[in-house]
Design a binder for this molecule. Structure first.
Ligand SMILES: [Zn+2]
Length: 138
């Protein structure tokens, strides 16, 4: 299946540079689109993780920006983006990179919380080291 980008999505300047915007209303729980493209075994700046060591390069997904309060998520089984809430025409489509990606190829500072977004592996490591540190205090 090929996507006609001009009819399904609009790609323009978003919260972190170029982003993907809805050109139709999308109901909560709908499949927004299914990713297609080559898969690689390491993350790149534009890949989306779909398995422990599998990352897909999709033209649309590669341009979807991160948000800590996203309106979409990745369903790895179907390689699809699913809406987490009703999305209206003109809304930017976002997902939480920290929820889906183990390690980001290029970590960045989040526009909303000003935290460094690195992927969930790093988050877990940080959490573990915090646990160890708080353990030492007792
Ligand atoms: Zn944030």
């Amino acid at each position: 299946m090929n996507y006609d980008l001009s009819s399904q999505f609009e790609i323009k300047s978003g919260i972190h540079g170029i982003g993907v915007f809805a050109t139709k209303d999308i109901k909560k729980g709908e499949i927004i689109f299914t990713m297609e493209g080559k898969t690689v075994n390491h993350p790149t700046r534009t890949s989306v993780q779909i398995d422990a060591k599998l990352h897909i390069e999709d033209k649309i997904a590669g341009r979807i920006n991160h948000s800590c309060t996203p309106n979409a998520k990745v369903d790895r089984k179907t390689k699809s983006f699913i809406s987490l809430k009703d999305i209206k025409i003109g809304d930017e489509i976002t997902f939480d990179y920290n929820q889906n990606e183990d390690t980001l190829a290029s970590p960045f500072i989040c526009h909303c919380c000003h935290r460094l977004i690195t992927g969930k592996k790093q988050l877990q490591e940080n959490k573990n080291s915090t646990d160890i540190l708080s353990g030492l205090h007792h």
